[in-house]
Write a protein that binds this ligand. Structure first.
Ligand SMILES: NC(=O)c1ccc[n+]([C@@H]2O[C@H](COP(=O)([O-])OP(=O)(O)OC[C@H]3O[C@@H](n4cnc5c(N)ncnc54)[C@H](OP(=O)(O)O)[C@@H]3O)[C@@H](O)[C@H]2O)c1
Length: 277
């Protein structure tokens, strides 16, 4: 089984590590139809995983000032893959985002059938646009959200929030990467199509994660709480805070551990890894 991964970034390399020798990463521009066709012809993959996209560096505020680059990578790129993979008859999966909602849908969490309702950032709008178009076609869409990793790093939610001076205290869905990768590969293995919320069951606040961090990793860790209004005053784009439903993914047999259980286990490994880096 050969996988071709587009997007030589954080998540692309996580898939590569999970798949090992079965996977190749491509850095070609996914919005360049000829380059994508050539790569498919050369690599002859059994399946494609699209992890390419503009997330904004150092954060999504970048997308507000780089709309053309963002739309090329987050909308035109997926549409180019849709055409090229469709023409070659290649199954593909697209890493989307859960940051297309706000709130917790009255405690139920948003399901894959709920229309996006968060339009406060250009980044989130591009993710919702591509998702809405791709859902008309047999493509697997994996909604990732706030990745949590057992290895310290600037893209890891744990590292991010432990370096912020203040955090918000609103429930959110997060994706513990170990579970996200395992569950994604279950769905890909079954050649599933459609949208799936790839977040651990349950919502958790950043403050609660930091309380666990203090308990498991650093007993001297201290933090302060930000209100959403205070956060809004220092960011250019709005930030999505939402809880997603796990029902569809769990019913499909792509299990992810309840969020608190997964976070506790991840923080234990994170602590061990902290002393290695
Ligand atoms: N990490 C998150 O918090 C998160 C959460 C939810 C969803 N996602 C989604 O997951 C996907 C992967 O994100 P990530 O965290 O791995 O981001 P990342 O580390 O920035 O990786 C994305 C990679 O794609 C590349 N890229 C951008 N435009 C491209 C194009 N047109 N053609 C080919 N490659 C292109 C980027 O290169 P440059 O750096 O040169 O642009 C980068 O190497 C994105 O679609 C993102 O929206 C991420």
């Amino acid at each position: 089984m050969k996988y071709l991964i587009f997007g030589n970034g954080y998540i692309g390399n996580k898939f590569k590590d999970a798949l090992g020798g079965e996977a190749v990463i491509s850095g070609v521009d996914i919005a360049d139809y000829q380059a994508v066709k050539q790569e498919l012809a050369q690599q002859k993959p059994d399946a494609v995983i699209n992890c390419a996209g503009k997330t904004g560096k150092p954060n999504v505020d970048w997308c507000e000032d780089h709309k053309l680059e963002t739309i090329s990578s987050n909308v035109a790129g997926p549409l180019t893959l849709l055409r090229a993979c469709g023409e070659e008859g290649i199954y593909w999966a697209h890493v989307g985002s859960g940051c297309v909602y706000t709130g917790d849908n009255g405690g139920k969490g948003y399901s894959e059938d709920d229309a996006p309702n968060f339009f406060g950032s250009f980044y989130s709008r591009t993710k919702a646009w591509s998702e809405t178009m791709l859902k008309e076609f047999p493509v697997l869409q994996l909604r990732l959200r706030m990745p949590v990793d057992d290895t310290p790093g600037s893209r890891n939610l744990i590292t991010k929030i432990t370096t912020y001076k203040k955090v918000i205290s609103t429930p959110n869905s997060v994706s513990v990467l170990e579970d996200f990768l395992r569950a994604s590969l279950v769905l890909i293995g079954k050649r599933s199509t459609g949208i799936y919320n790839m977040t651990n069951p349950g919502g958790i606040t950043h403050a609660e994660i930091l309380d666990m961090y203090r308990e498991i990793v650093d007993p001297f860790f201290a933090y302060e709480i930000f209100s959403l209004e205070e956060l809004g005053a220092v960011t250019k784009a709005g930030r999505s805070n939402c809880v997603l439903s796990s029902d569809k993914r769990e019913s499909a047999g792509a299990h992810m551990r309840p969020v608190r259980e997964a976070l506790r286990a991840t923080l234990q490994t994170y602590k061990a890894n902290l002393h290695r880096v």
